[in-house]
Ligand binder design. Structure first.
Ligand code: OAD
Length: 253
């Protein structure tokens, strides 16, 4: 079984993608099941699609909310949540996933750069109403709520052509990381696809990938561990767990 050695001075950056949640039953975007009604995700997750056909966009996210209801965290989520509690501030976990499975596994400090599936917001730029938790489905145009400002309620998701959330915080964390691990991402969607190259160039970090297929940005990784997240991750940080436990014990003494 592969392992990633982490010393007491290391700072770890994790980037997770759709593959992390695949074993929980959530389809990935670009795998064999990575389509919805024969649309590519780029065709339903964009401001252009929203302007042209908000009903279709909400049907896509209504479907995704429904699929999520039956899903539970898998051992990959649990391993990352455990790592968070062991490493504390020395771990920065950024996910491209909009699902809630990391939260359900107990990982409370994850940064969601592509938004949240169970949040919605007004589509008007400058509307003062903040995003809000929302688990409902909107199957047709008539059911989509309006905002008090006159805008229309949309999913709180970063669509193609929009700027991801928390980028300042993410790039600060990349600059101070010495170990980078990407899990379950095909490496084609920017800016996340360039994080491994960025952290290598600026911090000289060691870079690792976990997933069953070789990602498109393979050249940015020192090592690729081929396998499923739920099988590889629980073993990957055995030495890290010991190191972190040793650090905690030292601090308590
Ligand atoms: P993709 O669907 O592009 O890639 C998923 C990756 O997960 C593939 O490379 C698979 O090989 C891998 N995979 C499949 N099963 C796995 C498993 N059990 N364990 C580990 N890996 C596995 O997903 P992302 O790269 O995350 O954005 O996609 C990036 C963004 O594209 C998404 O966040 C989404 C989408 O458009 C938005 O919605 C804004």
């Amino acid at each position: 079984m592969p392992t990633i050695p982490i010393s007491r001075s290391d700072r770890l950056f994790i980037l997770s993608g759709a593959g992390l949640s695949a074993e929980s039953g959530l389809p990935t975007f670009r795998g064999a099941n990575g389509i919805w009604r024969n649309h590519r995700v780029e065709e339903v997750a964009s401001p252009v699609a929203w302007a042209r056909d908000p009903e279709m966009v909400w049907q896509f996210y209504t479907w995704r909310r429904e699929v999520h209801q039956g899903c539970r965290p898998n051992p990959g989520h649990q391993a990352l949540a455990e790592l968070e509690s062991k490493l504390g501030e020395r771990l920065f976990h950024c996910t491209q996933n909009v699902d809630s499975l990391l939260d359900q596994a107990g990982a409370g400090r994850v940064v969601h750069m592509h938004g949240r599936l169970f949040w919605s917001r007004c589509d008007r730029r400058g509307c003062p109403q903040p995003p809000f938790p929302d688990e409902r489905g909107y199957p047709d145009l008539a059911s989509i709520p309006g905002c008090v400002c006159g805008g229309r309620i949309r999913p709180h998701i970063c669509w193609f052509g929009e700027t991801p959330f928390h980028l300042d915080e993410i790039f600060r964390a990349l600059a101070s990381s010495s170990v980078f691990l990407c899990v379950g991402s095909s490496g084609v969607v920017e800016p996340a696809a360039s994080f491994a190259a960025e952290v290598k160039r600026h911090s000289g970090a060691r870079t690792y990938y976990v997933g069953p297929e070789v990602p498109a940005n393979r050249d940015s990784f020192d090592e690729c561990f081929q396998g499923k997240a739920g099988e590889v991750l629980p073993e990957l940080f055995q030495p890290a767990r010991k190191t972190a436990a040793a650090v905690c014990a030292k601090q308590e003494n």
